[in-house]
Design a protein around this ligand. Structure first.
Ligand code: FE2
Length: 255
């Protein structure tokens, strides 16, 4: 099955699952479906969205295929976590949150076998919750993150935002894009966000217009948070946050 056929909406999500076509990957996906159906369905949708992004970003099939297989299994570590915790609503206790964050490491340990060498991109499994600014699970930053990881980060978040839960409606696509653009360059890769927006809104050019005051407030909060964290105005992270705010203020005056 070719990558281009996966991006054809007529082939449907079923083709994405068939794509795994390695006995171990298929077995693990079936295990995930049995353990926690919502995570399985989320993984399939994120893989379908990532396949569109890989194609739109022009990744050759030989590069995209192991990435796509890895996206299907990006949350496989959740089979090591009690479904009661995966389903828990409301705020988590600190130890529950720490356990949940471990799913990346559990996934890595499950897939780190000779049989899967070359089939799976382990960076996607371990680092799919990293942010450009280093505030993700492992603190990796922009230059440390491969393109595949940046793509999955955006596709994963977009699906998590738009999918309705038992206890709340999902965001609309417009609301989700406003959120992605709000954190573009901070958590999310700006090019990947723009490509996803273009894919979902082929009739429009440019991103959604954010409320400028909201944007300025966020950047101001970010500057205060970074200052409180590092305690020095000359720390590079504080300088960067200050420059981001200055830049936004300049743009605001230009408009
Ligand atoms: Fe995850």
């Amino acid at each position: 099955m070719s990558l281009s056929s996966l991006t054809d909406s007529a082939s449907g999500l079923h083709s994405i699952v068939e794509f795994s076509h390695n006995d171990i990957c298929s077995f693990l996906l079936r295990k995930l479906r049995k353990h926690h159906r919502e995570t399985y369905l989320h993984s399939v949708r994120v893989a379908a969205l990532s396949a569109e992004l890989f194609a739109a970003l022009g990744l050759p099939a030989e590069e995209a295929e192991p990435l796509l297989r890895s996206v299907l299994l990006h949350d496989i570590g959740k089979i090591s976590i009690d479904p009661a915790l995966l389903n828990k609503q409301g705020p988590l206790r600190n130890e529950e949150w720490q356990l949940l964050k471990h799913h990346c490491r559990y996934g890595f340990d499950i897939l780190d076998t000779d049989a899967l060498r070359g089939w799976i991109d382990m960076d996607i499994i371990l680092y799919h919750h990293e942010n450009l600014d280093g505030t993700g699970y492992y603190g990796l930053k922009q230059d440390d993150l491969p393109l595949g990881v940046k793509i999955v980060r955006v596709a994963d978040s977009f699906d998590a935002m738009t999918e309705p839960r038992a206890y709340c409606r999902g965001m609309t696509a417009q609301e989700s894009f406003e959120e992605l653009y709000r954190w573009s360059g901070v958590h999310y890769d700006p090019d990947v966000v723009a490509v996803l927006y273009a894919l979902k809104n082929p009739e429009k050019t440019g991103g959604p217009t954010l409320n400028m005051m909201e944007m300025l407030n966020r950047l101001r909060d970010r500057l205060v948070e970074t200052y409180l964290q590092y305690g020095s105005l000359s720390h590079p992270e504080v300088v960067k946050a200050s420059q981001n705010l200055d830049q936004a203020l300049n743009e605001f005056q230009l408009h």
